[in-house]
Design a protein around this ligand. Structure first.
Ligand code: MET
Length: 345
């Protein structure tokens, strides 16, 4: 299986963390980053890294057993998809958090930008190396994109958010460079806030994304969505910032389409890109049949070539019960198999 085969299956990144590892009720809580991190993990500090490694192996094996072809580490070691990277940077004050309004309109405690931003050490490279050692399949690793991180911080230094986003982009670039050097097949930037802040996105998101990844030697994916199904319940009728991504430096654009029931002709807006297509609705507790998912894939093939389509759930699976996440992935890989067989004729 190569990453550019037809209808390759993958995930958006996260997989449910075991209940013995995290207090799942604390996951979406609005506590300051440090406090939340202390509250969330159920394992004492001295055993935590080992427990996170073991839980990561479970996530990798679950993905493999479900038939996922490009696997991730499930983001098991992370408290949130973005926090771990953002809080590791020099120039970000985590001890004295600030406030930012999240996409549901609530104030959230967030890191404060208080000086020049520097990535002083690799943040996710060991995670990638662990993933690489523990599967023979192609691997993808995710990190937050510079635009989204700039929205999830309080700026007390730069004076404008574009400058903050561009500084974060340099930090992301250093990390992506190291991730490719360490063997990542795909590096994915998560940019959900493009949809929540389209005006700001139009001003500087593409510039920041390009600064983070342009010219780097590897396959870059960029994920955007309307937010986790478990947290953001309203789905707008379409993307507010999508066609713009056809001009960014990423090779693959990851979007959700199942829960919002999008008309897949929007794929025409991404005609120059590979698309990681979200075809599994994570708000629906029922596990869709492979037939339902296959119908979505067939519909997408009216607008995009099969070797430019990867198949994925709508967003990260972090908030799903584990058994449901597994069953949904199984249904999805079966759907991809059915449609591939049809294509092979
Ligand atoms: N990579 C992240 C995940 O899979 C994307 C989150 S976007 C809200 O959870």
């Amino acid at each position: 299986m190569a990453v550019d085969d037809a209808l390759v299956t993958t995930v958006v990144g996260s997989y449910p963390q075991p209940d013995w590892l995290v207090n799942r009720e604390m996951l979406g809580s609005r506590l300051p980053p440090r406090v939340r991190a202390q509250e969330i993990w159920r394992i004492p500090e001295e055993f935590l890294a080992e427990a996170q490694d073991d839980a990561t192996i479970i996530a990798i094996r679950d993905m493999e057993r479900a038939g996922i072809e490009i696997v991730t580490d499930g983001e098991i070691r992370r408290e949130s998809y973005s926090n771990r990277f953002a809080t590791a940077l020099d120039g970000m004050d985590v001890e004295n958090p600030g406030t930012a309004i999240d996409r549901t309109g609530h104030p959230n405690p967030v890191p404060r930008a208080v000086g020049p931003i520097h990535r002083v050490r690799p943040v996710g490279v060991e995670d990638l190396e662990f993933l690489r050692r523990n599967t023979d399949r192609p691997v993808k690793i995710t990190l937050p994109g510079p635009f989204t991180m700039a929205q999830q911080a309080q700026d007390d230094f730069f004076g404008d958010r574009r400058s903050l986003a561009l500084a974060l982009a340099e930090a992301v670039r250093a990390e992506v460079t190291d991730l490719f050097a360490a063997g990542a097949d795909i590096v994915q930037l998560d940019e959900p806030y493009l949809q929540a802040r389209p005006e700001a996105a139009r001003e500087y998101a593409i510039e920041a994304i390009n600064r983070a990844v342009e010219g780097l030697p590897g396959t870059i994916a960029l994920h955007t969505c309307f937010g986790y199904a478990a947290i953001v319940h309203e789905r707008p009728p379409g993307y507010s910032f999508l066609a713009e991504l056809n001009d960014c430096a990423a090779d693959l654009i990851a979007i959700e389409t199942a829960q919002p029931g999008l008309d897949l002709s929007i794929l025409g807006q991404l005609s120059d890109k590979g698309v990681i297509l979200g075809v599994v609705d994570l708000s629906d507790p029922a596990v869709e049949t492979p037939g339902t998912i296959a119908a979505r894939i067939r519909e997408a093939l009216r607008y995009h070539a099969p070797d430019k389509l990867q198949i994925a759930p709508d967003c990260g699976m972090k908030y799903l019960p584990r058994a449901r996440a597994f069953a949904k992935l199984q249904a999805m890989t079966e759907a991809a198999r059915i449609v591939r067989a049809e294509l092979a004729g």
